[in-house]
Design a protein around this ligand. Structure first.
Ligand code: ADP
Length: 577
């Protein structure tokens, strides 16, 4: 019911007039079907030489059928137009919802990926869904009309309807076979798409050539494609066979029923018009019984796709919290007994972490690879929610904040940065959308991150006729984006300078420190491997074994002569070499 409501609401939203006009189609079709009744009346009129019956019969036949045809035809064309509009509305909505899924969880979960894949494959069906609904209503009206006419012709004709029972069972089975085939083709389909993306990926191009992977990829894609098709083809063969059996049964039934009414007429127990009506109906019973069933099951399939769409809607809304983000941080951010494991995995990445990050300062996060530094940043930016415990800002759980409002008050630059192939101005400007075209602000961000590689209006990316940049240059643009918001509450730098040398990194952080006025208690969180940078932070937290191993200033930690001191010395030695 919710699926049907969503369909009608969407159609109503995109075009009210066309949605209302959908009623014309079943109405027109019903008028056409009633022709059998007028034919019978005409026949009886001619045989009984009753002019009144002949005139009414002819008039009704011409008017009813003519008007009916016209309505049916026009409305089915309007239906196509409405279908296209509805399809476009759903496409737009799916694109918006996919981009807005509040967390990254759906990237981790196989079941989510499969759902999205099926939704993408079936996206076209959503456009037809409005059509399917209209056709279903039309088919049901047609079925009811024919049933009533059958009773008028001869109640015994209703026996033909019994043929509907096997049809019903067979159609149900067909639907089940198709659904099973569809589900088992999701994984190979997704895998093939993934491999195809790799085959066309620019970053993978060098390795694909060097290791001679092209043929192998092609073969695997081919095999996966076949594997995806196989269950579907198998199901379709079964469906075709079952349909054939059902047709044969139906034809036998019709021969018996019409023969029976004819026999009655010869015996003088029915009017000749009833025979005409019976013959006319024998062509329509299929419509009456099979069409509504097929329409309803076809519509059921469409609804299945709509339900996948609703799944996306529900997941996009799953984030909790509606409070506005704070204007400033007064006390600080606290992790209270936070534990986290990635969705679908068993390993605790963080376990019972308690950590206070005071307002207005720079916290450096260090630790070996895999210690959970990036995970900490992802939790603070709410790409994931903690599995246990909570994170508060001035005592308010960030899970209670509106997720978009919270993110609007953050700024960040990551090691895994995006390469936006726009103009340089835009590639940096997207770091603060309201100031996308503010050339002055973009210039400042570019200068601070040392990213003035090209003119601001230069196009990036050779595929757009622009210039390609080196990894280090792209990374500086990512940094510049991270500097676009001028008064965030938290600014994250998660190894954003990994492709730059230590000297440049020092210079950059120096200039970035000046980019901060610190008036709103802004916290800077710095993940880096470079101790020359770490040294300048106000506090350092060392993550190890899923928890906080050490916490203090650079000096304090060196004096403690623990894990931090060891890490520091090993890097100093490496530089001395
Ligand atoms: P660091 O930034 O300190 O190198 P990460 O936070 O990236 O460490 O990773 C911490 C641990 O979480 C690692 O063991 C890593 O394998 C695991 N991990 C990271 N990302 C994911 C993910 N998306 N799914 C499952 N495990 C992950």
């Amino acid at each position: 019911m919710r699926e049907i409501r969503v369909l009608i609401a969407t159609a109503w939203r995109v075009d009210r007039r066309l949605t209302l006009a959908m009623i014309a189609e079943p109405f027109g079709n019903t008028l056409v079907l009633m022709s059998g009744l007028w034919l019978a009346m005409l026949t009886n009129g001619v045989i009984q030489q009753d002019t009144r019956q002949v005139v009414i019969g002819v008039a009704a036949l011409v008017l009813g059928a003519g008007l009916g045809w016209q309505l049916d035809l026009s409305a089915s064309q309007w239906r196509m137009v409405l279908g296209e509009k509805v399809a476009h509305a759903f496409d737009t909505e799916i694109a918006r919802l996919s981009a807005e899924l509040p967390t990254l969880e759906h990237f981790e979960r196989a079941e989510y990926q499969d759902q999205l894949e099926l939704l993408r494959q079936r996206q076209g069906q959503l456009g037809n869904s409005m059509s399917a609904l209209a056709v279903t209503v039309k088919a049901i009206c047609a079925g009811l009309t024919v049933l009533i006419l059958l009773v008028i012709a001869h109640p015994a004709m209703l026996a033909l309807v019994l043929l509907a029972l096997p049809a019903l069972l067979i159609t149900k089975a067909q639907q089940r076979w198709r659904a099973t085939a569809e589900d088992s083709s999701a994984l190979p389909g997704r895998t093939a798409r993934h491999l195809r993306t790799i085959a066309q990926d620019r970053d993978a191009a060098v390795e694909i050539r060097l290791f001679g992977l092209a043929d192998n990829l092609e073969r695997r894609i081919d095999a996966l494609w076949n594997e995806q098709r196989r269950p579907v083809e198998h199901a379709e063969r079964k469906v075709a066979l079952a349909s054939l059996a059902q047709q044969v049964l139906y034809v036998i039934g019709v021969i018996v029923a019409v023969g029976f009414v004819l026999y009655q007429a010869i015996q003088g127990q029915s009017a000749p018009g009833d025979v005409v009506l019976a013959i006319y109906l024998s062509q329509q019973v299929q419509t009456a019984v099979i069409w509504p069933i097929q329409a309803v099951t076809g519509f059921g399939r469409t609804l299945h796709t709509v339900s996948r769409f609703l799944w996306l809607v529900d997941n996009a809304r799953a984030a909790t919290g509606s409070l506005p983000a704070p204007e400033q941080i007064v006390d600080g951010i606290r992790l209270e007994n936070v534990s986290f494991r990635y969705p679908g995995t068993q390993k605790w990445v963080l376990r019972n972490v308690d950590l206070t990050i005071p307002a207005g300062g720079v916290l450096a996060v260090v630790g070996e690879n895999g210690a959970g530094k990036t995970t900490l940043v992802k939790l603070l930016t709410r790409m994931y929610e903690p599995t246990e415990g909570r994170i508060t800002v001035d005592g308010v759980d960030i899970a209670d904040l509106d997720v978009e409002a919270w993110r609007e008050r953050l700024a960040a630059a990551f090691q895994d940065f995006a390469r936006f192939e726009f103009t340089l101005q835009q590639a940096v400007g997207v770091g603060d959308l309201p100031h996308l075209d503010d050339t002055g602000r973009v210039r400042t961000a570019i200068t601070r991150s040392n990213a003035d590689v090209l003119e601001q209006d230069a196009q990036l990316g050779t595929s757009w006729g622009g210039t390609d940049l080196s990894t280090g240059q792209w990374q500086r643009l990512a940094l510049a984006r991270g500097l676009m918001r001028t008064n965030p509450l938290v600014r994250f730098f998660d190894e954003p300078t990994a492709s730059l040398d230590a000297f440049t990194e020092d210079a950059l952080f120096d200039s970035m420190a000046r980019a901060t006025d610190g008036a709103n208690g802004m916290i800077t969180i710095l993940v880096t491997h470079r101790f020359s940078t770490v040294r300048s932070a106000d506090r350092v937290v060392v993550l190890a074994d899923g928890g906080v191993a050490e916490l203090g200033t650079h000096r304090e930690l060196l004096d403690r002569d623990g894990r931090y001191a060891r890490l520091y010395r090993s890097q100093a030695d490496a530089f001395a070499d």
